[in-house]
Design a protein around this ligand. Structure first.
Ligand SMILES: C[S@@+](CC[C@H](N)C(=O)[O-])C[C@H]1O[C@@H](n2cnc3c(N)ncnc32)[C@H](O)[C@@H]1O
Length: 492
């Protein structure tokens, strides 16, 4: 492939990945690889968002009658509005309104109508669609009912330049292109929507990817190296939630992106030693042994590493289904979460992704208890919060060893909760001033590490704002430490 990409990386192609990006030079951790604006921003399937500000809405533009528009916005993209205004006079726009996913496709056709953007239409058509893998699957039928038929029956196709292309297969192909290539982006209401980026969509996936994607308030994407990348190394981005277990991640990637992931983490039954899918071996537990059940790589059987005990696939499925149901019913109740942790902790490894899910939920509840000025959290709240954050940081160190947004947030919370706990202990005379200084210095280095990783995030995003908060808190902490050190000197 000779197609130009940029000076830091180039496009290559192989039978497994299709097109993918590799480094043309050595890249340093933190180095920006790509900055790009989306060619398309669309609502998530089933949502309706204002064409101008992207807030959720039920309203429509009073001129073109087809584009969703919220009550705060008076107009949207002029070219699109003028074109759709002509079309709406001769089409059944009620059907297009009823099936909101049609609007994403109309936006793609409009790119082709507009001479300024027609080039993007051509480039979108070059993206992977996995048409054959999708044919006659559940998603194919869903798109047929909610996009293909409503579009074809509305009569709108005759108004587009590409009307003779617009048959069932072509529309399914575009649906496939969107499903396979979009990035999830944060909507103004903090919900999710989708962005299509022509260059960024060529990055292949790894569950332990070597880049992070950061999307700013204008929806520009920045892809930066989260660790050093060698020349000719494949540059990857992560398409899925890293806090899920291998079977879950693989299922999501198979269903949504149509490939079987064979990255280092997926291939390793211990998930790089994190044990995020492992079970506790009951016979070993009874015998006071440390038995862990993992899914063996070749046989795909769930077997204990210490004895010959095994679990059948159906048993594993049942345990997980029941655990998920119990987690669902415990939602927002810290006491029930604690009981569940104790109960499931006898079946699931401490780092199992469902245990991590409960611990994250619990840590979030404790955060609101701590930050709520009406409540006066006791020491035990801080102790629990510290323990939960420590466990999360430890797992993230394994699965995201480089620069990591999740790790930065967990470290930030750990540093603050720990500092508060040490101050409480000091107030209760459990620590002397010198000991407090030493412990606060540990918090300082955690906060510094969190701020360092968050500084790669765009300023006007929640993570960018957290970077600022971390810097401010670091200053306060340094000041505290300085005053306490002076006190130590006076005491000596
Ligand atoms: C967003 S596209 C990436 C660009 C794509 N390779 C192309 O040729 O246009 C996602 C698709 O790339 C392929 N892919 C990405 N990462 C992969 C991986 N780790 N293993 C196998 N296929 C992968 C899959 O076909 C997937 O559906």
């Amino acid at each position: 492939m000779t197609e130009e990409y940029n000076e830091k990386c180039k496009i290559d192609q192989n039978d497994i990945l299709g097109k993918y990006i590799k480094a043309s030079e050595n890249l340093k951790a933190g180095e920006t690889i790509l900055n790009e604006s989306p060619v398309l921003i669309i609502a998530r399937s089933g949502d309706k968002r204002c064409s101008n500000c992207f807030q959720l809405t039920e309203g429509y533009c009073s001129k073109c009658l087809i584009s969703p528009l919220c009550s705060n916005c008076r107009s949207h993209h002029l070219y699109d509005c003028d074109k759709l205004t002509i079309m709406s006079k001769g089409v059944q726009f009620e059907n297009l309104r009823k099936y909101s996913d049609c609007y994403a496709l109309l936006k793609i056709f409009l790119l082709n109508e507009n001479p300024d953007t027609a080039e993007y239409f051509e480039r979108i058509l070059n993206l992977e669609a996995h048409l054959d893998k999708r044919r006659n699957t559940a998603i194919w039928h869903e798109h047929n009912d909610k996009v293909v038929q409503p579009l074809l029956n509305s009569g709108i196709k005759e108004y587009f330049k590409c009307h003779d292309l617009l048959d069932e297969d072509f529309i399914q192909r575009l649906c496939g292109i969107l499903d396979v290539n979009v990035y999830e982006i944060r909507a103004p209401d903090k919900g999710a929507m989708r962005g299509l980026y022509l260059k960024s969509s060529l990055f292949s996936h790894q569950c332990n990817a070597n880049t992070n994607a950061a999307i700013d308030h204008q929806y520009r994407i920045k892809l930066y190296a989260n660790r050093d990348i060698n020349k000719n190394e494949t540059i990857s981005s992560c398409y899925t939630n890293v806090l899920l277990g291998t079977d879950e991640r693989r299922r999501i990637l198979q269903e949504g992106k149509h490939f079987h992931c064979t990255c280092d983490r997926c291939k390793d039954p211990t998930e790089l030693g994190s044990h995020m899918s492992s079970f506790i071996c009951a016979p070993c537990l009874m015998a006071n042994r440390n038995g862990i059940i993992i899914k063996k790589a070749v046989t795909e059987k769930w077997e204990c590493l210490a004895c010959n005990h095994s679990l059948r696939n159906e048993q594993v499925k049942l345990i997980l289904e029941k655990a998920k149901e119990e987690i669902y019913h415990a939602r927002d109740d810290p006491k029930r979460y604690e009981i569940l942790l104790a109960k499931l902790g006898r079946i699931l490894h401490q780092n199992h992704y469902l245990m991590v899910d409960i611990k994250q939920n619990l840590a979030n509840i404790l955060r609101s208890v701590i930050t709520n000025s009406m409540q006066r959290p006791g020491r035990c709240v801080y102790e629990r919060k510290v323990r939960l954050c420590q466990e999360l940081v430890m797992i993230l160190h394994i699965i995201q060893p480089g620069i990591s947004r999740l790790k930065a947030i967990a470290l930030y919370e750990l540093a603050n909760a720990s500092a508060e706990l040490y101050r409480l202990k000091y107030g209760e005379k459990e620590l002397n001033t010198k000991e407090l200084v030493a412990l606060l210095q540990r918090c300082e280095s955690m906060l510094r590490e969190a701020a360092r990783m968050l500084l790669y995030e765009p300023v006007q995003t929640p993570e960018g704002e957290l970077a600022h908060a971390a810097m401010d808190e670091l200053k306060d902490l340094l000041n505290d430490i300085k005053l306490l050190k002076e006190k130590v000197d006076e005491e000596n």
